[in-house]
Design a protein around this ligand. Structure first.
Ligand SMILES: NC(=O)c1ccc[n+]([C@@H]2O[C@H](COP(=O)([O-])OP(=O)(O)OC[C@H]3O[C@@H](n4cnc5c(N)ncnc54)[C@H](OP(=O)(O)O)[C@@H]3O)[C@@H](O)[C@H]2O)c1
Length: 339
């Protein structure tokens, strides 16, 4: 197939491009040439979809499908979809489960209410605060130009794997590898639902090849590891002798440790987050999504870091991790209250 990938040089897009070339497709990428490098073997077009002028390079070209892994501003995606609707019959978009409005019931499936959004909304690509609403606006922009039958909306949960550009699993790997006593949050048995970028890529490409439209939660069909499993796999692949100290969630919150931001992938167990790690992946599974064992993801991400890989975060991405000084203070407070 002749595929156009918008972006394609960072994490999800880069993986999709590599996999598409491996499947024998001809791949054209379209980006500004600012983030990363184009994967070898593509035809690289330069352009900036934040302006009407910027997408001119796409005029007069035809493709079998467009893959848009990184769109975050509705009007940019609307412009791209409008420019290509007459010359590419199928549009695949990587969205996020963050488009859902409420997380207090489980499971969260594709019929759960989404944020109200505007497909023509302009904005700053680095505006993390409004990302969830903007991603919904992007979905609406694609549906407007392509309709549900000719578009794939893959709502990804938390994505992990080599070339990670958010840095959550890389933070845990690096922290565990550094050794010593480290803070482990809450119940080690708390389930997590993490999608390997390569499984997401395979799912998107399978649907693109079949030109099968639809909206899917791109997540494993159930929890595929636990908080304890995450820490244990990091210990295993790094060979570290670090000692996790499992701490009560209430204690950590009282110490000012912020879920997600300070300890990546930690979401306290509470009624309002009942659905967070309970997203239904049933529809995607029925459509062909296959997920690999989590241990493989951790090992391959560590291998990527060890071979010189580093997290290249997009502008606006909040930094992750607890500062060493705060970690020391919290460990001392934990020891003091334990007597
Ligand atoms: N990480 C997670 O846990 C998670 C969870 C759910 C959903 N997601 C979604 O997954 C996606 C990840 O995408 P990615 O960053 O990995 O995709 P990517 O395609 O690998 O990288 C983003 C690309 O967009 C290009 N780009 C940025 N601004 C552009 C512009 N104005 N015009 C043309 N190209 C532009 C960048 O290149 P230039 O800068 O050179 O133009 C870069 O190639 C995001 O949509 C995110 O919302 C992530």
């Amino acid at each position: 197939m002749r595929l156009l990938v918008i972006g394609g040089t960072s994490f999800v897009g880069r993986t999709i491009v590599g996999d598409a070339l491996g499947r024998g497709h001809r791949v054209t990428t379209f980006n500004r040439g600012l983030t990363g490098k184009d994967v070898e073997g593509v035809e690289a077009l330069r352009g900036d979809r934040s302006t009407d002028d910027g997408v001119r390079e796409l005029a007069g070209r035809s493709f079998d499908a467009v893959v848009d892994p990184g769109g975050v501003v509705p009007i940019h995606v609307a412009r791209t979809a409008q420019a290509l609707a007459g010359s590419a019959p199928f549009y695949a978009f990587v969205s996020t489960t963050g488009v859902y409005q409420k997380w207090d019931t489980a499971p969260v499936d594709e019929s759960t209410a989404t944020w109200p959004a505007d497909p023509d909304q302009d904005g700053d690509p680095g505006d993390f605060q409004n990302l969830r609403v903007h991603k919904r606006g992007c979905e609406l922009a694609i549906e407007r130009s392509y309709g549900p039958g000719a578009s794939l909306i893959a709502r990804a949960g938390s994505i992990v794997g080599p070339h990670d550009n958010l840095g959550q699993l890389p933070w845990w790997l690096t922290r565990v590898a550094a050794g010593g006593r480290l803070i482990a949050p809450g119940d080690p048995g708390r389930g997590l639902q993490l999608i390997d970028v390569r499984d997401l890529s395979a799912f998107v490409l399978d649907q693109v090849e079949a030109q099968a439209g639809g909206t899917y939660n791109a997540v494993p069909a159930g929890t595929n590891t636990t908080m304890g499993g995450l820490v244990d796999e990091c210990l295993r692949v790094t060979g570290s002798a670090a000692g996790p100290v499992w701490m009560d969630e209430g204690f950590l919150l009282g110490q000012g440790v912020m879920p997600w931001a300070h300890l990546p992938l930690w979401i306290p167990d509470a009624p309002e987050t009942a659905g967070f790690w309970a997203v239904s992946g049933a529809a995607a599974k029925a459509a062909g999504l296959r997920t690999r064992p989590f241990g493989e993801t951790v090992a391959d991400t560590w291998e990527w870091l060890r071979s010189g890989g580093s997290v290249q975060a997009a502008p606006g991405t909040p930094p992750f991790g607890l500062a060493p000084e705060q970690e020391k203070q919290v460990l001392a407070a934990w020891d003091a209250q334990a007597g």
